[in-house]
Write a protein that binds this ligand. Sequence first.
Ligand code: GAR
Length: 207
Amino acid sequence: MTKSIIFISGNGSNLKNIINKINSGFINMEIVAVVSNNSMAKGLEIARTNNIDTIVIDTEKPYLAIIKDLVKKHEVSLLILAGYMKILPEYITDEFRGKILNIHPSLLPKHKGLNTHKKVLESNDSSHGASVHFVNSELDGGAVIIQGQVNVKRDDTEETLKEKVHKIEYEIYPIAIKWFIEKHIELKNDKCLFDGEVLECPIEHIL
Ligand code: GAR
Protein backbone atom coordinates (compact mmCIF):
# COMPACT_ATOMS: atom_id res chain seq x y z
CA MET A 1 0.00 0.00 0.00
CA THR A 2 1.21 3.54 -0.75
CA LYS A 3 2.59 5.27 2.33
CA SER A 4 2.44 9.03 2.65
CA ILE A 5 3.36 11.94 4.88
CA ILE A 6 1.00 14.89 5.13
CA PHE A 7 2.30 18.39 5.86
CA ILE A 8 -0.02 20.91 7.52
CA SER A 9 0.16 24.27 9.25
CA GLY A 10 -3.38 24.97 10.43
CA ASN A 11 -6.91 23.58 10.66
CA GLY A 12 -6.27 20.41 8.72
CA SER A 13 -9.71 20.14 7.13
CA ASN A 14 -8.09 18.73 3.96
CA LEU A 15 -6.21 16.26 6.13
CA LYS A 16 -9.52 15.23 7.73
CA ASN A 17 -11.11 14.85 4.31
CA ILE A 18 -8.22 12.67 3.07
CA ILE A 19 -8.53 10.48 6.19
CA ASN A 20 -12.27 10.12 5.47
CA LYS A 21 -11.52 9.12 1.87
CA ILE A 22 -9.06 6.49 3.11
CA ASN A 23 -11.62 5.18 5.59
CA SER A 24 -14.32 5.01 2.91
CA GLY A 25 -11.98 3.02 0.65
CA PHE A 26 -11.72 5.69 -2.07
CA ILE A 27 -7.96 6.06 -1.50
CA ASN A 28 -5.79 3.04 -0.78
CA MET A 29 -3.11 4.75 1.25
CA GLU A 30 -1.61 4.90 4.71
CA ILE A 31 -0.60 8.19 6.34
CA VAL A 32 2.51 7.33 8.36
CA ALA A 33 2.98 10.80 9.84
CA VAL A 34 1.59 14.30 9.90
CA VAL A 35 4.30 16.95 9.92
CA SER A 36 3.67 20.54 10.98
CA ASN A 37 5.76 23.66 11.32
CA ASN A 38 3.21 24.88 13.86
CA SER A 39 2.86 23.10 17.20
CA MET A 40 -0.56 24.74 17.70
CA ALA A 41 -1.99 23.52 14.38
CA LYS A 42 -5.51 22.16 14.96
CA GLY A 43 -4.83 19.51 12.36
CA LEU A 44 -2.34 17.84 14.72
CA GLU A 45 -5.29 16.97 16.96
CA ILE A 46 -7.06 15.38 13.99
CA ALA A 47 -3.95 13.25 13.36
CA ARG A 48 -3.72 12.20 17.00
CA THR A 49 -7.37 11.17 17.22
CA ASN A 50 -6.78 9.04 14.14
CA ASN A 51 -3.68 7.41 15.68
CA ILE A 52 -1.32 9.00 13.20
CA ASP A 53 2.16 10.00 14.41
CA THR A 54 2.74 13.75 14.56
CA ILE A 55 6.01 15.59 14.15
CA VAL A 56 6.55 19.32 14.71
CA ILE A 57 9.50 20.70 12.81
CA ASP A 58 11.49 23.88 13.30
CA THR A 59 11.73 25.27 9.79
CA GLU A 60 14.45 27.69 10.87
CA LYS A 61 16.76 24.66 10.93
CA PRO A 62 17.46 22.26 8.05
CA TYR A 63 14.94 19.40 8.13
CA LEU A 64 15.91 17.25 5.17
CA ALA A 65 17.36 14.55 7.45
CA ILE A 66 14.12 14.30 9.46
CA ILE A 67 12.02 13.83 6.33
CA LYS A 68 14.52 11.50 4.66
CA ASP A 69 14.61 9.29 7.77
CA LEU A 70 10.81 9.11 7.87
CA VAL A 71 10.61 8.33 4.18
CA LYS A 72 13.22 5.60 4.44
CA LYS A 73 11.85 4.06 7.63
CA HIS A 74 8.29 3.78 6.31
CA GLU A 75 9.01 3.43 2.57
CA VAL A 76 7.02 6.59 1.86
CA SER A 77 6.36 7.34 -1.80
CA LEU A 78 4.18 10.45 -1.56
CA LEU A 79 4.45 13.75 0.31
CA ILE A 80 1.17 15.66 0.50
CA LEU A 81 1.02 19.36 1.35
CA ALA A 82 -2.41 20.12 2.78
CA GLY A 83 -2.46 23.70 3.97
CA TYR A 84 1.30 23.77 4.61
CA MET A 85 2.02 27.48 4.69
CA LYS A 86 5.81 27.36 4.47
CA ILE A 87 7.77 27.32 1.24
CA LEU A 88 9.51 23.96 1.00
CA PRO A 89 13.28 24.41 0.75
CA GLU A 90 14.90 23.44 -2.53
CA TYR A 91 16.76 20.59 -0.84
CA ILE A 92 13.35 18.98 -0.20
CA THR A 93 11.79 19.74 -3.59
CA ASP A 94 14.91 18.42 -5.36
CA GLU A 95 15.20 15.29 -3.23
CA PHE A 96 11.55 14.33 -3.71
CA ARG A 97 10.94 15.63 -7.21
CA GLY A 98 7.75 14.16 -8.67
CA LYS A 99 6.65 12.86 -5.29
CA ILE A 100 5.19 16.00 -3.72
CA LEU A 101 1.64 17.23 -4.29
CA ASN A 102 0.16 20.54 -3.15
CA ILE A 103 -3.31 22.02 -3.11
CA HIS A 104 -3.55 25.73 -3.78
CA PRO A 105 -6.67 27.88 -3.38
CA SER A 106 -6.70 29.52 -6.82
CA LEU A 107 -6.91 28.68 -10.49
CA LEU A 108 -3.15 28.52 -11.08
CA PRO A 109 -1.22 30.15 -12.66
CA LYS A 110 -3.44 32.95 -11.32
CA HIS A 111 -2.86 34.19 -7.79
CA LYS A 112 0.17 32.32 -6.52
CA GLY A 113 1.16 32.78 -2.88
CA LEU A 114 -0.99 33.94 0.02
CA ASN A 115 -4.40 35.65 0.39
CA THR A 116 -5.85 34.27 -2.82
CA HIS A 117 -9.50 34.97 -1.92
CA LYS A 118 -8.66 38.63 -1.27
CA LYS A 119 -6.74 38.83 -4.54
CA VAL A 120 -9.70 37.37 -6.46
CA LEU A 121 -12.05 40.00 -5.00
CA GLU A 122 -9.60 42.82 -5.64
CA SER A 123 -9.14 41.71 -9.25
CA ASN A 124 -12.92 41.45 -9.81
CA ASP A 125 -12.45 37.92 -11.11
CA SER A 126 -15.66 36.22 -12.17
CA SER A 127 -14.29 32.77 -11.38
CA HIS A 128 -12.11 31.26 -8.68
CA GLY A 129 -11.21 27.77 -7.58
CA ALA A 130 -8.52 25.37 -6.47
CA SER A 131 -5.65 23.52 -8.14
CA VAL A 132 -3.64 20.41 -7.30
CA HIS A 133 -0.10 20.47 -8.64
CA PHE A 134 3.25 18.76 -8.43
CA VAL A 135 5.66 20.78 -6.31
CA ASN A 136 8.91 22.12 -7.69
CA SER A 137 11.23 24.79 -6.35
CA GLU A 138 9.12 27.63 -7.78
CA LEU A 139 6.35 28.81 -5.45
CA ASP A 140 3.05 27.30 -6.67
CA GLY A 141 4.78 26.83 -10.01
CA GLY A 142 4.79 23.07 -10.57
CA ALA A 143 2.73 21.25 -13.20
CA VAL A 144 -0.99 21.50 -12.47
CA ILE A 145 -2.94 18.23 -12.48
CA ILE A 146 -6.55 19.09 -11.76
CA GLN A 147 -8.61 22.21 -11.07
CA GLY A 148 -12.16 22.96 -10.01
CA GLN A 149 -13.92 26.29 -10.51
CA VAL A 150 -16.59 28.32 -8.74
CA ASN A 151 -18.37 31.46 -9.88
CA VAL A 152 -17.63 34.60 -7.93
CA LYS A 153 -20.85 36.43 -7.09
CA ARG A 154 -21.19 40.13 -6.29
CA ASP A 155 -21.92 39.50 -2.63
CA ASP A 156 -19.06 37.04 -2.10
CA THR A 157 -16.59 37.79 0.70
CA GLU A 158 -13.26 36.21 1.56
CA GLU A 159 -15.14 33.94 3.97
CA THR A 160 -17.73 32.73 1.45
CA LEU A 161 -15.02 32.18 -1.16
CA LYS A 162 -12.95 30.21 1.33
CA GLU A 163 -15.94 27.96 2.00
CA LYS A 164 -16.71 27.45 -1.69
CA VAL A 165 -13.07 26.70 -2.51
CA HIS A 166 -12.77 24.24 0.36
CA LYS A 167 -15.70 22.28 -1.09
CA ILE A 168 -13.80 21.95 -4.37
CA GLU A 169 -10.60 21.02 -2.58
CA TYR A 170 -12.35 18.16 -0.79
CA GLU A 171 -13.25 16.72 -4.21
CA ILE A 172 -10.14 17.32 -6.29
CA TYR A 173 -7.38 16.48 -3.82
CA PRO A 174 -8.53 12.89 -3.18
CA ILE A 175 -8.92 12.40 -6.93
CA ALA A 176 -5.36 13.59 -7.65
CA ILE A 177 -3.99 11.45 -4.81
CA LYS A 178 -5.84 8.42 -6.15
CA TRP A 179 -4.43 9.05 -9.65
CA PHE A 180 -0.92 9.27 -8.18
CA ILE A 181 -1.31 6.08 -6.19
CA GLU A 182 -2.75 4.23 -9.19
CA LYS A 183 0.13 5.57 -11.32
CA HIS A 184 -2.09 7.44 -13.78
CA ILE A 185 -0.09 10.62 -13.21
CA GLU A 186 3.63 11.25 -13.06
CA LEU A 187 5.99 14.17 -13.43
CA LYS A 188 8.44 14.10 -16.31
CA ASN A 189 10.60 17.05 -17.41
CA ASP A 190 8.45 19.25 -15.16
CA LYS A 191 5.29 18.28 -17.07
CA CYS A 192 2.42 16.19 -15.78
CA LEU A 193 1.81 13.03 -17.75
CA PHE A 194 -1.58 11.31 -17.57
CA ASP A 195 -1.42 7.67 -18.61
CA GLY A 196 1.85 8.50 -20.37
CA GLU A 197 0.56 11.53 -22.33
CA VAL A 198 1.55 15.11 -21.53
CA LEU A 199 -1.32 17.07 -20.00
CA GLU A 200 -1.41 20.24 -22.08
CA CYS A 201 -3.75 21.87 -19.58
CA PRO A 202 -5.07 20.84 -16.17
CA ILE A 203 -7.99 18.44 -16.01
CA GLU A 204 -11.11 20.41 -15.18
CA HIS A 205 -13.26 18.89 -12.49
CA ILE A 206 -16.92 19.71 -12.86
CA LEU A 207 -18.78 19.79 -9.56
C1 GAR B 1 -6.55 25.29 1.92
O1 GAR B 1 -7.50 26.13 1.33
C2 GAR B 1 -5.34 25.16 1.04
O2 GAR B 1 -5.62 25.22 -0.32
C3 GAR B 1 -4.53 26.36 1.47
O3 GAR B 1 -4.70 26.44 2.84
C4 GAR B 1 -5.99 25.93 3.19
C5 GAR B 1 -5.80 24.94 4.31
O4 GAR B 1 -7.02 24.54 4.85
N1 GAR B 1 -3.16 26.22 1.11
C6 GAR B 1 -2.40 27.23 0.76
O5 GAR B 1 -2.77 28.38 0.73
C7 GAR B 1 -0.97 26.86 0.42
N2 GAR B 1 -0.29 27.96 -0.11
P1 GAR B 1 -7.10 23.29 5.84
O6 GAR B 1 -5.98 23.47 6.88
O7 GAR B 1 -8.44 23.42 6.48
O8 GAR B 1 -6.93 22.05 5.03
